[in-house]
Write a protein that binds this ligand. Structure first.
Ligand code: NAD
Length: 298
């Protein structure tokens, strides 16, 4: 067994030449919660691994991904703006990463770089954690960006009864809808309230609600008590949409669970071991609480 931690916060072991390295690349990346969450996981699982954040400027994603092989980095998370640009450096993509044309986790399988996307699996695990089962559900997704696309594909693959997509730019929305196959429709502005009134699940995958001046991503009178409302935003922890869901008696969750579960899935992919989910959730909750104390810009 490894020797106890040397750090004051009990999340870091001593590092040696034998220590395995994992990392995240992005720009910006210094405020990423991933190092906190993964290092807590390695500590809890008694693994001689360390997880670092590398700021990599736009345009250098593929080059940084190739360095995974050079430096024998065991796995690398990928965040904005590199999720698409690392793809040419991959030896293989999972079917989900291929459909989404986006990679958020690179596994180094003895020098072969395999591009995964764990956002959709993280989303499904987070709503299931809250007692909502997406199979057979009528779903409305707001947004058509990277997060929305991962959610749309995951809902379709989980056997949702229908997936309706609303986006302020219908052209981008139409492309996202194709991910969900035949049961999917694009919802026009004037049909949104009706679509939500007959839905079981509504997902906010837009940034509306992140900034303090934002209103709710949906009018409150569109919500009803039979609805499950998932907002992918995790900071702030309660968006105007979630406050409205609470008022109408709808079950709801914010994006912290998705963030944690996509990281847990990445941990399993990178290390080949079950993720210490409780330790990861505890580390994320503490980090988000600290960020909340620092205010909206934290
Ligand atoms: P993106 O930029 O790829 O897409 C944003 C989408 O929101 C686009 O469809 C855009 O048209 C729409 N949009 C933007 N501003 C809008 C506005 N004012 N009104 C209506 N629609 C608007 O971003 P993304 O990476 O898909 O992220 C979307 C949200 O999901 C962000 O809030 C992000 O923090 C969150 N997110 C959470 C997780 C998680 O793990 N919880 C993961 C990824 C993204």
């Amino acid at each position: 067994m490894l020797r106890p931690a040397v750090s004051s916060d009990n999340t870091r072991r001593s590092v040696s030449g034998l220590t395995h390295v994992a990392a995240v690349i992005g720009d910006p990346v210094r405020h990423s919660l991933s190092p906190t969450v993964f290092n807590a996981a390695f500590y809890a699982a008694e693994m001689d691994w360390v997880y670092l954040a590398f700021p990599v400027p736009e345009g250098s994603g593929a080059q940084a991904a190739r360095m995974v092989r050079t430096f024998d980095i065991r796995g690398m998370s990928v965040t904005m703006p590199h999720k698409e640009s690392v793809i040419p450096a991959m030896d293989e993509l999972t079917p989900v990463a291929q459909r989404l044309n986006a990679v958020n986790c690179i596994a180094n399988a003895d020098g072969r770089l395999i591009g995964h996307n764990t956002d959709g699996a993280g989303f499904l695990a987070s709503v299931r954690d809250c007692g909502f089962e997406p199979t057979g559900a009528r779903c409305v997704v707001l947004g058509a960006g990277g997060a929305a696309r991962a959610v749309i594909l995951a809902l379709a693959e989980a056997g949702a009864a229908s997936v309706a997509v609303h986006n302020r730019d219908p052209g981008r929305g139409r492309i996202a809808v194709t991910l969900a196959g035949e049961g999917a429709v694009l919802v026009a502005d004037d049909a949104l309230v009706d679509a939500v009134s007959s839905a079981d699940l509504v997902v906010n995958a837009t940034p509306v609600g992140m900034s303090s001046g934002d209103g709710s991503a949906l009018p409150e009178d569109a919500l009803h008590s039979e609805l499950f409302v998932a907002d992918l935003i995790y900071h702030p922890s309660e968006t105007p949409l979630l406050a409205a869901a609470e008022r109408v008696g709808a079950r709801h969750c914010n994006g912290a669970g998705m963030l944690m579960h996509q990281a847990a899935e990445a941990f399993r992919i990178i290390t080949g071991r079950a993720a210490p989910v409780d330790a990861m959730a505890e580390a994320m909750t503490a980090a988000l609480a600290k960020r909340a104390e620092e205010g909206p810009q934290g």
